[in-house]
Design a protein around this ligand. Structure first.
Ligand code: KG4
Ligand code: ZN
Length: 344
């Protein structure tokens, strides 16, 4: 069964086609113009999605050597994200579904990231401790199957990607700052400056990154009033990155041990971070736990991850459930709950 998936929750317009676990195409158009404003401008994002979506879907079909007549189901991100951006993708998907009489699988964006680490690895063993880290989210999930997971902790303020981006702005780096910090940090000394590792030693699995941002701001105001030299910038990037990664790795590893998982996964935009991948991989391997992270093209927002989990849902659910096109489009995120969350 070929599924066409659409993702437009933030500033990437993406379309992908999947056929029995094989990604036939995954076209991603990033709205790079937001860097002019130092962050995503929601209204401009929606307008750019409107312009991009039709050509991106056509390109995705073309690259997978199929037409709409070969597609048997549509998947679309319906939550969470920027409401205008989500509406563009969802309404486009509904239009196609009506025209071609197809079912639509609405997919939660975070669930897409959550399972994206498994796109290239069908040998994964549950249970999995999954860290999802992106511009809008930082959460730890205990994943028991493709249908069942629970959130065991989330950020109580900023997401880790947001911390990377905001601190990068303080350091005079362009938006999005995560990849910039990653690049410069490789050339700097991570021990040069000691920034806080908030909530690292708390018993729970929640995170907090707004204190780090404030601490860097005060530190810069006090010590770098005039300018930051290139060398100092590299050391600052390395030290900030180390502080974020220490918390993410420390808490994930402790949770993995407590819940006795067989696999640790990291996914979402921040999972592209080279230090995070290395340190999580090393610590997992010391404990004999398998570590997986998505290929870089599946870390950022992409429709392949939406297609992947939609295919699992279609296999596990009566297809008639997806014939109702009145699903809700919702901007707010999944929240941590103490009880287990059963999806579908
Ligand atoms: O998943 P994503 O593309 O969009 C959201 O769902 O938010 O994540 C984007 C986030 C941005 O904050 C970006 O700075 C961060 O991922 N990011 C990185 C790296 N690449 C992207 N953060 C740290 N290191 C990277 N290499
Ligand atoms: Zn995302």
């Amino acid at each position: 069964m070929k599924i066409l998936a659409i993702e437009s929750s933030c500033d990437e317009t993406s379309a992908a086609v999947i056929d029995q676990g094989e990604i036939l195409s995954n076209i991603i158009s990033s709205q790079t113009f937001h860097s002019l404003y130092g962050g995503v401008i929601p209204e401009l994002a929606s307008r750019a999605h409107i312009e991009n979506i039709s050509p991106i879907v056509s390109q995705s079909l073309q690259e997978s050597n199929c037409s709409m007549n070969d597609i048997e189901a549509i998947a679309v991100t319906n939550e969470p994200g920027l409401i205008g951006s989500l509406l563009v993708g969802s309404n486009f998907a509904k239009g196609l579904a009506l025209r071609y009489n197809l079912p639509i699988v609405p997919v939660n964006h975070i669930e897409g990231h959550l399972y994206s680490a498994f796109i290239q690895d069908s040998t994964i063993k549950f249970p999995i401790m999954a860290l999802v880290v992106s511009g809008g989210h930082t959460s730890l999930f205990l994943v028991e199957s493709f249908e069942k997971y629970s959130i065991i902790g989330s950020t109580i303020d900023d997401a880790s990607g947001e911390a990377f981006d905001k601190i990068a702005t303080l350091l005079g780096l362009p938006y999005p700052g995560g990849p910039e910090i990653d690049k410069l940090a490789a050339l700097g000394n991570p021990k040069k400056y000691d920034f806080p590792r908030s909530m690292l030693n708390y018993q729970n699995y929640n995170f907090s990154f707004s204190g780090l941002k404030t601490s860097v701001r005060y530190f810069l105001e006090k010590n770098f009033k005039n300018a930051i030299s290139d060398e100092e910038q590299k050391d600052l990037c390395a030290s900030v990155q180390q502080a974020i990664v220490d918390v993410l790795v420390g808490k994930t590893i402790r949770a993995a041990v407590e819940y006795k998982v067989k696999t640790i996964s990291v996914s979402g935009g921040v999972s592209a971070n080279s230090l995070l991948r290395k340190e999580m991989g090393d610590r997992a391997s010391d404990l004999g736990i398998k570590f997986i992270a998505p290929d870089l093209m599946f870390c950022m927002d992409n429709a392949a991850m939406i297609a992947f989990i939609a295919e699992k849902k279609l296999l596990n659910t009566n297809i008639n459930k997806f014939k109702d096109l009145t699903f809700v489009v919702n901007s707010s995120a999944l929240r941590a709950k103490s009880e287990k969350k059963q999806k579908n």
